[in-house]
Design a protein around this ligand. Structure first.
Ligand code: CA
Length: 453
């Protein structure tokens, strides 16, 4: 009851204030690509130097149990736009080139922010469709500077089909700068130009996704490469150790974040700006047996990108808002990409229920600002092709190929190494039933969407 009175009080006093333009915060979402759980210093990396992100964590909130909605790019990005399980909009795996991507009928949070008067921009990678009409300007962004497909050469901006892929809105623009530097410059410019009004800036990096190229590397074509050969995309041979290249890429993300935070502080908007740093999936430790050395560090977590073990979807996430989010707080609340959506909508003065915006995420404001535990969420789900998983508290059920079931207790066994499926048959049945019910539900949504086309 105490909580009910408290939330009523917040509702009565805070919402009208939030609707006033001057008090609506700016939102900056920095999404790293394929950054593994322990690729940055504050999450345990000993080699990569990430002083900015480490300081951001010391000044803000660090999440230790935050999960990407999917273990690959497009699924998580779809969930970030819609606030729902991505399966509902038919995006379960990485989208190929020449795909319409996110359906036009999908309700996105940037559209809602745009309608509410926010300036909205995405700088960097979209990967939610690359056909005519798929561009982010048709999904709620006033401005887009970046690439539409999954990966480009970081210098030539040629995609995996040999086509140039860098745009300003729907127009091709040519430039020869390294992706991360271009994305950062455009982000900093945007912040400076929009400091006097509420804005949403989605900084959607391509780093550290392959091709593994570091700042200063030359475009592959200049070395006589074949753009159409996917495994050779980028200047490095299949046998080459990419460890140091990946480190330089991680460190360039850190430097980029430094420039963005500096722009926020310099323009005097730090106290009305929420900055979230997160990743779209776990890292690749190894890519199809190519390249020597370790690519990403997923810490103690098993598996990697594309998999539904923790290494595939548990990701580093930091929230920063000086004066609003207490400094140096670490939370182990179980959270997911789609939770950012109702959180951001509420901060923009939009109640998803009142606005009929359907989201399956949890509003994280009370956790972020008052370190209050989240309301109970019985299950969280992942599915990509034949791999699926369901999480309930400390328990995780993994369904692999040929429907093989594995059960882990993440509290005692974060590395998912002791399968308890045989020892806990009742729990397996309960969690599998929940998974199947969820699958039937999301598959029905996807089928309805398909029928409506
Ligand atoms: Ca990714």
């Amino acid at each position: 009851m105490k909580y009910a009175i408290l939330s009523l009080a917040i509702c009565c006093f805070a919402v009208p204030a939030l609707r006033a333009d001057e008090s609506r915060p700016n939102i900056i979402v920095i999404l790293a690509d394929d950054l593994g759980y322990a690729d940055i210093g504050c999450y345990g990396n000993q080699k990569n130097k990430t002083p900015v992100l480490d300081q951001m964590a010391r000044e803000g909130m660090m999440f230790t149990d935050f999960h990407a909605n999917g273990p690959m790019c497009s699924p998580t990005r779809a969930a970030l736009m819609t606030g729902q399980y991505q399966h509902r909009v038919g995006i379960e795996a990485a989208l190929p080139i020449d795909d319409a991507g996110l359906p036009q009928s999908a309700d996105t949070f940037p559209e809602r922010l745009q309608e509410a008067g926010y300036a909205t921009a995405i700088m960097g990678k979209w990967h939610l469709g690359d056909l005519e009409g798929s561009n982010p300007v048709h999904h709620g962004f006033d401005e887009f500077r970046g690439h539409l497909t999954s990966a480009t050469d970081y210098r030539s901006h040629i995609d995996r089909n040999g086509k140039y892929d860098w745009y300003h809105n729907e127009k091709i623009v040519r430039h020869g700068r390294y992706n991360t530097e271009e994305i950062t410059n455009d982000s900093v410019t945007y912040i400076r130009e929009h400091a006097d009004k509420p804005f949403l800036l989605y900084v959607s990096h391509s780093a550290i996704h392959f091709p593994w190229m570091k700042p200063g590397d030359q475009a592959y074509r200049e070395q006589g490469g074949d753009y159409n050969n996917f495994t050779k995309l980028g200047p490095r041979g299949e046998e080459e150790d990419v460890t140091d290249v990946v480190r330089a890429m991680v460190e360039s993300l850190d430097a980029s974040t430094g420039e963005i935070l500096h722009a926020v502080q310099e323009t005097g908007i730090a106290e009305k700006t929420l900055v979230i740093f997160t990743s779209d999936n776990g890292g690749y430790r190894n890519y199809s047996g190519l390249h020597a050395g370790q690519i990403s560090d997923n810490g103690v977590y098993r598996g990697q990108k594309t998999q539904v073990y923790e290494g595939g979807h548990r990701i580093p996430t930091i929230a920063w808002w000086p004066g609003k989010i207490a400094a140096g707080v670490t939370t182990d609340e179980t959270t997911m990409t789609m939770d950012l959506v109702p959180t951001i909508l509420q901060l923009a003065g939009i109640d998803p229920v009142e606005a009929e915006f359907v989201t399956e995420g949890l509003d994280l404001r009370a956790l972020l600002f008052d370190q209050k535990p989240l309301p109970e969420r019985k299950y969280l789900y992942w599915r990509i092709g034949s791999g699926a998983a369901v999480r309930s508290g400390e328990w995780k059920l993994v369904r692999g190929r040929e429907d093989k079931l594995e059960l882990y207790n993440l509290q005692e066994d974060p590395s998912e190494s002791h399968d308890l499926a045989t020892a806990e048959p009742a729990r397996v049945t309960e969690m599998l039933d929940a998974l199947k019910a969820w699958e039937a539900d999301v598959d029905q949504s996807a089928a309805q969407l398909q029928d409506a086309k």
